[in-house]
Design a protein around this ligand. Structure first.
Ligand SMILES: [Zn+2]
Ligand SMILES: [Zn+2]
Length: 277
């Protein structure tokens, strides 16, 4: 008998700012942000192209999935969210169909991606990639990918960032990195878009103590993320965009603190896949 198909969320990169290939950080993971949502219809949706996207690309090649369409949503263009793209193997396959979404005009998105893949920074020019790459601007309306719907929204971050509310037929996931709470209108919007979500993936880069000397850097703490979950009836919280200075033990102790206030808190850990719905 056919098992009912489920969507699957997988963390390929969870570290903020820079990769951390250090032994005391590898249980949680050293690659920079990349999260995949594979819908029940097998659509490949990818959120950010940090170094985690490299292993995702290898997996897509191994499974022969390049031609079925890859939808890459970029939260913003800070280095840690795009630096894996030049090493994402599907861009070198002519059968790949890749759509890149960002809040910028398509020409501007292309310009930024071309800048990191051009002389003297990289030997292959973005303009000459074999894959068929389409670039789209996200507006404040729904984007449909197969059976999934994605609603982009603004976050508070230097030079801006975009969050995403993703609804599949089975569940709702809110992806909100990189974000510093403190702008009332943006915070309210995040709360209302997180209403009844099954999962919130939140920027918890700083411990509440360390945040005191990092105001204005564009990142948040578990305390505010817990607050969103409690006020918006969110099912589960994933701590995400881990500070590169924090060891596995440090992030675990933040998890313990967060769980005292919101039991359904977990650490987004590289390589972890969650079936949803
Ligand atoms: Zn970041
Ligand atoms: Zn950033």
């Amino acid at each position: 008998m056919d098992r009912e198909k489920k969507a699957r969320l997988k963390f390929w990169g969870v570290r903020g700012s820079i990769p951390t290939p250090e032994s005391n950080k590898l249980h949680i993971g050293g690659n920079t942000p990349c999260t995949e949502l594979r819908t029940a219809d097998n659509d490949i949706m990818v959120f950010d192209a940090g170094t985690g996207i490299i292993n995702l690309g290898n997996s897509i090649i191994r499974k022969g999935l390049t031609s079925q369409g890859i939808h890459l949503f970029l939260s913003h263009f800070h280095w840690d969210h795009i630096q894996g793209l030049p090493f994402f193997k599907p861009i070198y396959r002519s059968e790949s169909r890749i759509t890149i979404y960002s809040s910028q005009e398509p020409e501007q998105t292309r310009r930024m991606l071309e800048a990191q893949m051009s002389t003297p920074f990289f030997p292959v020019d973005f303009k000459n990639l074999p894959a068929r790459i389409t670039v789209r601007k996200l507006r404040s309306t729904l984007v449909r990918v197969g059976g999934a719907r994605v609603l982009p929204f603004s976050l508070n971050h230097p030079q801006g960032a975009t969050g995403f509310r993703i609804e599949t037929n089975q569940s709702t996931i809110v992806f909100a990195t990189d974000h510093e709470p403190g702008v009332e209108e943006i915070d309210q919007n995040l709360r209302s878009l997180s209403r009844d979500a099954d999962i919130l993936i939140a920027d918890t880069h700083f411990s509440p103590e360390d945040y005191q000397s990092a105001k204005g850097w564009g990142h948040g703490t578990w305390k505010e993320a817990v607050d969103v979950c409690q006020s918006s009836a969110v099912g589960q919280l994933f701590l995400f965009h881990h500070n590169p200075a924090y060891s596995d033990d440090t992030v675990r102790s933040m998890l313990n603190d967060a769980r005292k206030e919101f039991r359904s808190t977990k650490i987004a850990r590289e390589g972890t896949a969650i079936e949803i719905g």
